[in-house]
Design a protein. Structure first.
Length: 256
């Protein structure tokens, strides 16, 4: 079944470039097909068109993306990378084409570009991570014991367990990005959307965030990660290059 756009909002509660490639090398594995996406689960995009006001932001993008893949999106500013994530998340409506999630109830979580946190906002790191569970518990509902344990595991994984009781506004930019990643992965989304997650991160935070993205893919999630950092290729199964609102490169990378 196909529908105009995914309706489910991303579970991240704080959320509301590389060189162009000429194509896969002869020895590279081919990208997944629609049949693969149907069998393995994933995303099928067909002739996707998105407008931001009068601006054409995506123009006829078609992709088949399979679960268990880490896919990095490269390209210059304004090429449509963030727009593609927002369209998949259901934040932006489609002006044409279709996006299908397989299965159709596959849940997506978005790690946004670092949002400003008001200094007086009374929100601890622990509470921010817990907000990632609201998609299943309901707004402001207490976490179950299993969810609390999962939140603790994720904070350990992202190296922020010792910051759990700190105010989110008081931690560094790199630490804040790790909190946003933890918030997104705590509920084990089927589709993890990461919009320049290391833009404000130092070297240690960057490595931790990339490792978390690779782990999510190994655990079966489809990871779409927007980056200008060539280092992101080390965790990618596949790299897409966007330019002028279109996909102009699609290459397979080595094993993670």
């Amino acid at each position: 079944m196909r529908f105009p756009a995914p309706r489910r909002a991303p579970s991240s509660a704080l959320a509301s470039s590389g060189p162009a490639a000429s194509g896969p090398s002869p020895s590279a594995a081919p990208p997944p097909t629609a049949t693969d996406a149907a069998a393995m689960g994933g995303l099928v995009l067909r002739d996707v068109v998105v407008r931001r006001g009068e601006v054409l932001a995506l123009d006829g993008v078609s992709l088949d993306l399979a679960m268990g893949e880490a896919v990095c999106l490269f390209g210059p500013n304004g090429s449509g990378k963030s727009t593609l994530l927002a369209a998949v998340a259901g934040i932006l409506p489609l002006a044409g084409g279709s996006i299908e999630r397989r299965p159709t109830d596959a849940r997506a979580a978005l790690v946004p570009q670092a949002p400003p946190i008001p200094e007086r906002m009374p929100l601890t790191v622990r509470a921010a991570v817990a907000m990632g569970c609201w998609g299943s518990t309901g707004l402001l509902r207490p976490l179950t014991r299993a969810q609390k344990e999962r939140a603790g595991e994720v904070m350990e994984l992202l190296g922020i367990a010792d910051l759990a009781d700190r105010q989110l506004s008081a931690v560094s930019g790199g630490q804040r990005q790790r909190v946003l990643v933890a918030q997104a992965v705590v509920s084990r989304p089927a589709i993890l959307l990461m919009d320049e997650p290391t833009a404000a991160a130092d070297a240690r935070s960057t490595q931790i965030i990339y490792d978390a993205a690779a782990r999510a893919a190994r655990d079966g999630a489809l990871v779409l990660l927007v980056s200008h950092d060539e280092e992101a290729r080390r965790i990618a199964d596949r790299c897409l290059t966007l330019d002028a609102d279109r996909v102009v490169g699609d290459t397979r990378e080595g094993p993670r």
